[in-house]
Write a protein that binds this ligand. Structure first.
Ligand SMILES: [Zn+2]
Length: 621
């Protein structure tokens, strides 16, 4: 025990002493020398060629603008064709400058080095994207809900913005932007900017983002999108067949904004709209500022999965407003956001709902910790220069981070903790921060002002220790305890499936029921459940995520056709990966999965395709 504590304290000291946690190993940019302060995009969207083409003008802020002599601007790119680079001073003439593109790294792309005669004020780059750009998904009309128009959307986080704009692709640099986007008339273009709910789809759009954002929040979508208002400042964009259902499901969005403002201060981004994407969207949501991108797989009809909206909205404070300076401190984005999300759910839907969601997510974290190496179980991750940040995405940043903040809330009480958190957002608004910044703020604003409530060793265990600290208090939920009892009764055959009182169960209760089934459950028992509850073919993504892997492991082959259909239709990585993992465990399953992937692959986002392929490749070895 003592040894472990000494080890954790040493790790903790290492975190505190790393002077440069703000350094981003995933970008070649040199923000200590020069930063992009503003960006002007002018792009044409070509669905036939699957490219964006045009130019970007970067306004530059030099750390030492008066320094004489030549200078270099280093930008991140991936698979971009750079056609011309120019630079200028003030309002002077654009002059052509030399540039070189380094050899392509499979994870980080090609570094663009621009040679400048002096510290110029702006550079203009003419370029086009590759049809295989990792941050863009091009969809044919057949892959959309409407079926008539093509659709494009971006996913820039973590390091995919560089595949559609040459820039400093690091969360440590913030810039404002304007954009002109031209596409075919009849298609609506939207960005993480000032979208106009009354815009006509004339094919020529102009955007302004007046608040400075990091590159991973740069976003674009083009498609047959319509708008429906939720309130004065909130609404839904979606394809016509989805619009009304989405607007009904997410009708509490304004209540959520108001609840968050009460807790953590004003919403600083003016409008807050949702864009509902096709089911191939690789994530649940993406917190693109003013316009969260949302998977349709959470539209269940009973609002039981709208915590996703609470999550993306919460990012308007944690993440978008106060941003991790590098991805190794991702818990500052995602842990804070998961915590705020749960507070929003509690404020709008009550404690019972919030507790159920806590129990389910803590269960997910425990399961994931069991298979993660200790080095990846810590909140403040060590630098990992050669690693793809997409692969570092685990529940640790999200749920362990949230759990840590809940722990602090419990120790200090909401009277002290809520104003503390609000002050964190206020004082660091529009800034990029590190774990060290948070620890300094915590010691000064909470620990020093409430002496005796938290020891350094307890703090160290949370920040730098693997697994769950002894001080972690598990969430409890009477409703989920009742689900445990019901499951047990059915498993022991004390009650028949028809006698289970599930009439009022919502998604979290079903998820909890399924997650508690024994690993070696027999196929005939699944048949019983399926007969009563029709899990096979469910349109609820969270239930499908749990149900299908169980059917695979139990050899319940009746579910296979519906499973194949699910895997072909849905591209949300979290929902489908568990089924691929289960299938890959047997030669027969692997053959089935390989066949399904062949059919599904064209509809998957590159991020999802890569993740599924990695699972199948590992199994085939
Ligand atoms: Zn998030």
């Amino acid at each position: 025990m003592r040894l472990l504590l000494a080890f954790v304290l040493a790790l903790f000291a290492a975190v505190a002493q790393s002077a440069d946690r703000a350094h981003d190993e995933h970008s070649a940019a040199e923000p200590a020398t020069v930063r992009i302060s503003a960006m002007a995009l002018d792009l044409r969207v070509d669905f036939a060629a699957r490219t964006l083409a045009g130019e970007v003008v970067h306004t530059l802020a030099w750390a030492d603008p008066a320094a004489a002599g030549p200078a270099e601007l280093v930008l991140d790119t991936r698979d971009l064709a750079i056609e011309r680079v120019q630079a200028r001073k003030g309002d002077g003439r654009w002059q052509r400058v030399e540039f070189s593109l380094a050899e392509r790294d499979p994870i980080f792309g090609s570094t663009l080095r621009i040679a400048l005669p002096s510290r110029m004020d702006a550079v203009r780059i003419r370029y086009r994207t590759s049809p295989e750009a990792s941050g863009l998904q091009w969809m044919t009309p057949a892959m959309t809900a409407g079926g008539k128009q093509p659709l494009l959307f971006s996913q820039s986080q973590a390091i995919h913005a560089r595949s559609w704009v040459p820039l400093q692709d690091t969360p440590g640099v913030r810039f404002t932007y304007t954009a002109r986007i031209r596409t075919a008339a009849g298609l609506m273009a939207l960005m993480s900017a000032d979208n106009d709910p009354a815009a006509r789809a004339d094919g020529d759009y102009r955007f302004t983002m007046a608040q400075p954002i990091p590159s991973y929040l740069l976003a674009i979508a083009v498609g047959d999108f319509r708008f429906k208002a939720i309130s004065e400042r909130a609404g839904v964009w979606a394809e016509a067949p989805v619009l009304d259902r989405a607007a009904a499901e997410f009708s509490d969005t304004e209540k959520m904004i108001a609840a968050t403002e009460t807790l953590y201060g004003p919403y600083r981004w003016e409008r807050y709209d949702l864009l509902i994407l096709p089911a191939s969207f690789p994530f649940g949501g993406m917190e693109n500022p003013r316009l969260s991108f949302i998977t349709p797989t959470v539209i269940t009809g009973d609002k039981s999965l709208v915590s996703l909206i609470a999550h993306e909205l919460a990012h308007s404070w944690s993440g978008n407003l106060v941003t991790n300076a590098s991805w190794k401190d991702m818990w500052l984005n995602e842990g804070f956001t998961s915590y705020v999300e749960n507070r929003i759910v509690e404020a709008v839907y009550g404690r019972e709902q919030a507790d159920m969601e806590d129990v389910v997510s803590q269960g997910g974290l425990r399961a994931e910790l069991a298979s993660l190496p200790p080095a990846q179980q810590v909140l403040a991750l060590p630098p990992s220069p050669g690693r793809d940040p997409d692969e570092a995405l685990t529940d640790v940043a999200y749920i362990k981070g949230q759990w840590f903040l809940s722990f602090l809330e419990g120790r200090f009480g909401r009277e002290a903790f809520d104003p503390f958190l609000r002050k964190w957002f206020d004082e660091h608004a529009f800034k990029s921060v590190t774990t060290d910044d948070f620890l300094a703020f915590l010691r000064r604003e909470l620990i020093a002002k409430n002496p005796g409530k938290l020891t350094e060793a307890e703090l160290a265990a949370w920040i730098a220790g693997p697994g769950l600290p002894e001080t972690a208090v598990a969430a409890t939920s009477p409703r989920l305890a009742a689900v445990d009892a019901a499951r047990e009764d059915w498993l022991k055959r004390r009650v028949a499936v028809a006698e289970l009182d599930t009439s009022k169960w919502i998604t979290q209760e079903w998820v909890h029921f399924l997650e508690g089934l024994p690993e070696d459950i027999a196929a005939e028992r699944l048949l019983e459940l399926d007969g009563a509850f029709r899990f096979t073919g469910t349109t609820n993504g969270e239930i499908a995520q749990r149900w299908y892997p169980i059917t695979v492991r139990a050899g319940y082959f009746e579910a296979r056709p519906a499973l194949a259909q699910f895997l072909r239709k849905v591209g949300r990585r979290k929902l489908i990966l568990p089924s691929y993992v289960a299938l890959a465990e047997t030669p027969d399953g692997l053959a089935f999965a390989t066949q399904v992937l062949q059919q599904a692959s064209a509809g998957y986002h590159p991020i999802t395709r890569g993740a599924v392929q990695a699972v199948l490749d590992a199994a085939a070895k």
